[in-house]
Design a protein around this ligand. Structure first.
Ligand SMILES: [Zn+2]
Length: 322
């Protein structure tokens, strides 16, 4: 990647020179948003516009791939334009979450890869899918927490048995720390709670910490889905955890008078974007593998105004308002 001013000028000249050849280069600039930062040039805490500069290899006007990309900051006070360093991108304070790692999609290239993959699949003439699965899964067993069920777990993720902090109930925690954040889910068995509203109320408060901001005091209105043939209630919400954008999708259901809560949690935007696919895959994989034994005296329903009404057969899609 060209670094110095002279090198950059030379790069731009090269781009212009070959812009009209069938196989050519083109540069585009895209404003991604803005945030507040102390400007290295004028020294003021000023609004910085974030601009992505991308150079594509093109066949005529068809973008084949990105050869150069750079995230720049343009100071709205002094006009200074510079390459955004990693620390600057991370220090940038934006109103709607982080933009320092936005995905720069080389759209034409993706289309070309898809075409090539489809072509290859046709040529191979076998029933394999064109796209390789990005994630391998295994079937996890609920027996470590006394739960007669099974569910899918991504290969290579941490798999531990923990205790729920509010109720002490046993939980299986499946998670991975990613380069930027966190993605994971826990499966809790609650032998003494058989109300969807109570399960959500208790476990939403379970996740609250002094590091969270914008965290709900009561669960948001639940939507209804079906998990392993039983009605399930889903409550989803966004919040900040230690200033990082975070999201929880909590799913409660009752099987043979025993409550279950599956809590999906993502930390950072890239992980939040992966959360719907994760929850979709895990929830559709849940199977009951035997009969359950409820505690002899289920706890009374929480005396709260929060109510949930989900019945068998409801199949509305998971609500994922952001
Ligand atoms: Zn400035």
């Amino acid at each position: 990647m060209p670094a110095s001013r002279a090198e950059r000028r030379k790069f731009r000249q090269t781009v212009r020179m070959i812009a009209f050849l069938p196989l050519n280069l083109a540069t585009i600039r895209r404003a991604r948003g803005s945030g507040w930062l102390v400007c290295q040039h004028c020294g003021e805490h000023a609004l910085q516009e974030v601009v992505d500069v991308m150079t594509f290899v093109r066949l005529f006007f068809y973008r084949l791939g990105v050869v150069r990309r750079e995230r720049q900051l343009v100071c709205q006070r002094c006009g200074n334009r510079r390459r955004a360093s990693r620390t600057e991108r991370e220090a940038l304070r934006t109103p709607n979450g982080s933009i320092h790692r936005a995905f720069l999609a080389p759209i034409g290239f993706i289309a070309l890869v898809a075409l090539a993959a489809a072509g290859t699949a046709l040529f191979a003439g076998i029933g394999r899918t064109a796209a390789a699965p990005s994630q391998e899964w295994v079937t996890a067993n609920g027996s470590p927490i006394g739960a007669p069920l099974s569910f899918a777990a991504p290969v290579g993720w941490n798999n531990t048995v923990v205790n729920s902090s509010s109720t002490g109930a046993r939980a299986i925690s499946i998670s991975q720390e990613t380069a930027s954040g966190f993605l994971g889910y826990t499966v809790v068995r609650e032998p003494s709670i058989n109300s969807l509203a109570t399960l959500l109320t208790v476990h939403v408060s379970d996740q609250f910490s002094i590091q969270t901001e914008g965290y709900p005091t009561v669960p948001p209105a639940a939507s209804c889905i079906t998990v392993a043939g039983v009605p399930a209630a889903v409550a989803s919400f966004n919040f900040q955890n230690a200033t990082q954008p975070s999201r929880i999708e909590m799913v409660a259901f009752v099987h043979q008078n025993v409550g279950y809560v599956v809590t999906f949690e993502a930390n950072q935007q890239a992980e939040i974007a992966m959360l719907p696919a994760l929850s979709q895959h895990v929830l559709t994989s849940i199977r009951f593998a035997g009969s359950d034994t409820a505690s002899s005296a289920p706890a009374a329903t929480a005396s709260s105004s929060y109510t949930v009404s989900c019945v068998t057969g409801s199949s509305s899609p998971i609500e994922r308002a952001t």
